[in-house]
Design a protein around this ligand. Structure first.
Ligand SMILES: [Zn+2]
Length: 583
């Protein structure tokens, strides 16, 4: 959304009974004959002068509501709103009077903050024209015969120019060039390129930000602070309230502001604006690898060792611009030789949004869960585990008020399993050992691929296996592995259990458990299938298979031989033979 450019033309529209002009940027100068009205952003500087006395109340009221919305809300809104200023612009190619409106679907910081509206071939202009009963005119058609065809919905603008005076019949792309040239010859327009990425104000009027290292000197002008005096530190102050003048709070701290010009040595004043939040967020990760380096941003050897960042986890809605800026910074740092890579992040992972009571959980909506309440009732580990268990992390998920109960029960079971069994020091059994190695494998795999929820489900299944097939008894090696596996998600409980079971040091220094691949292979037995005592087939089946499962598998494997016959008796020799007696 932020990268790319569009080529088009800037066009000046004269205003009736005024010397002012409205400049617009259009990618489609060939549709100029189809412009039937104009729209200014509510913040446009001409709005006040263009508003006629009888429209003043409507316009002022509209501006007030529009400015209360964010750009995103303004662009997303399906319903078109607006107010007529009472003034008219003149279409430069046709001389037609175009009513000038204001509407919040035009943003002041995109293009020129004003647009010419071609409702026949632009969807938003079409909606607006329909809402306010403004004329809609076709200026592009597949043939000259279609020139009179009414426009039912905004039509894509590829084809032949119609209703366009001397340009009728011309291909739209040729028309684009021809009209741009005509405008340029008249001195009322020119070809231009508009970039989607806009200039962004880099200074902020607040205390908390990196001071911009510039000194203003009455003789030398703005002078950069010399390298050896960097970084410029924020002054320590008791309060940093706004000044009330619109200036940065730093402007009020005279003994910080007053300094010496590095060039001429005469008195100068520090720049008091600070950098925006994203200035620091574009490179802070480089500092993590060398936080105490007073000589450089970071040591290049360390940067080569640790950077770029392997995995970046963040919300998609905030990530776009931040990632873009971080890339700018890193590419620049590479160009000046500070780092030797030019992409800051190798892999990006956007976590999903949490919904609650049918809406996105957000502070502004008020539908939030206070984690402190849950921590008091269930503990940090249970909350943490539930957040990981709630669903795949990249998918939007609904918060379930009772979901944490199940996770809490699971943690209680882990706690009891370890504390009840450790003293007994049970001998290792094949069943439990295999289940433990299977669990280590599954959890390791799933954590590596961000499938925490299914990893936790594996642990829950493991507890069931221990209770159903292992008589709820587990040996110490298996219990220690289980503690290590839950440690990343339930660190407090894991650390506590680790100590209670006589280990020294932190569970996090004990190493991740390792599985034996040989124990993952299920042991099988060969079962012979007979019909009336004759061997028909042999099947590989898991060791310890139940009688019912063995019969079911054997019936399915010999369904052809059994077709149309009645089974009068089934005989099972465990793990060896299934015999069907049929007639
Ligand atoms: Zn100076």
């Amino acid at each position: 959304n932020w990268i790319g450019k569009s080529e088009g033309a800037e066009v000046d529209f004269a205003i009736e009974n005024s010397s002012a002009k409205i400049r617009v940027f259009t990618t489609r100068p060939d549709t100029l004959f189809g412009a039937t009205y104009m729209v200014l952003a509510p913040e446009h500087q001409l709005v006040s002068t263009l508003t006629s006395a009888d429209q003043r109340t409507a316009v002022d009221g509209y501006i007030k509501t529009a400015l209360a919305k964010s750009s995103v809300d303004r662009m997303a809104s399906k319903d078109k709103t607006g107010a007529f200023t009472g003034s008219y612009a003149i279409n430069p190619v046709s001389g037609e009077r175009l009513p000038i409106w204001i509407s919040d679907y035009v943003l002041i910081d995109y293009g020129t903050g004003a647009i010419m509206c071609v409702p026949g071939h632009d969807e938003r202009d079409f909606d607006f024209a329909k809402t306010f009963g403004l004329p809609i005119r076709r200026v592009i058609a597949t043939s000259l015969e279609d020139a009179g065809k009414p426009v039912e919905a905004a039509e894509p603008g590829e084809g032949m120019m119609v209703n366009s005076g001397p340009y009728n019949g011309m291909d739209w792309q040729d028309g684009k060039k021809a009209i741009t040239k005509w405008l340029a010859d008249k001195g009322i327009g020119q070809a231009t390129v508009s970039y989607k990425l806009r200039d962004w104000v880099f200074s902020r009027q607040r205390y908390w930000g990196e001071p911009i290292p510039i000194i203003h000197c009455p003789h030398c002008g703005p002078v950069a602070v010399p390298d050896e005096d960097l970084p410029v530190m924020l002054p320590e102050v008791e309060k940093y309230q706004p000044t009330g003048t619109g200036e940065s709070p730093l402007a009020a701290i005279e003994d910080w502001v007053q300094t010496t010009c590095p060039t001429c040595g005469r008195p100068g004043r520090r720049e008091t604006n600070t950098m925006p939040q994203w200035a620091g967020s574009s490179w802070y990760f480089l500092r993590y690898i060398d936080p105490h380096n007073a000589e450089a941003l970071c040591d290049k050897t360390k940067a080569d060792r640790w950077m770029p960042v392997d995995l970046y986890v963040g919300g998609a809605e905030h990530a776009v611009l931040h990632l873009l800026y971080a890339r700018f910074y890193v590419k620049f740092l590479k160009d000046i030789g500070v780092v030797s890579f030019d992409e800051p992040f190798q892999r990006l992972f956007n976590q999903g949004t949490i919904y609650y009571q049918g809406a996105k959980m957000s502070k502004s909506r008020g539908n939030v869960i206070n984690p402190d309440d849950l921590v008091r009732e269930y503990g940090t580990d249970a909350l943490r585990l539930y957040e990981l268990f709630i669903g795949p992390p990249e998918v939007a998920t609904e918060w379930d008020d009772h979901g944490i109960d199940g996770v809490f029960r699971f943690l209680s079971r882990v706690w009891r399993l370890v504390t009840d069994n450790w003293e007994s020091n049970w001998p290792e059994t094949v069943t439990v050992k295999r289940a433990t190695h299977r669990l280590i494998y599954e959890v390791t795999e799933r954590f590596d691929s961000f499938r925490f929820n299914t990893g936790i489900a594996q642990m829950m299944a493991y507890l069931n296996t221990i209770s159903a097939e292992g008589d709820n008894k587990a040996d110490r090696t298996s219990l220690a592995a289980l503690i290590k596996l839950i440690a990343p998600m339930a660190p407090h409980i894991a650390e506590e259990l680790w100590q209670m079971t006589g280990h020294t040091g932190s569970v996090f220094e004990s190493g991740w458990p390792v599985y034996d691949p040989a124990l993952l292979v299920e042991e099988t037995v060969t079962i012979v299938i007979q019909i009336n005592g004759r061997v028909k087939d042999r099947l590989e089946m898991p060791k310890g298979i139940s009688k019912e499962k063995a019969f079911a598998a054997a019936r399915e494997a010999s369904s052809e031989s059994l077709a149309g016959k009645e089974i009068v008796k089934e005989i099972y020799v465990p793990e060896k033979i299934v015999n069907f007696v049929v007639k």
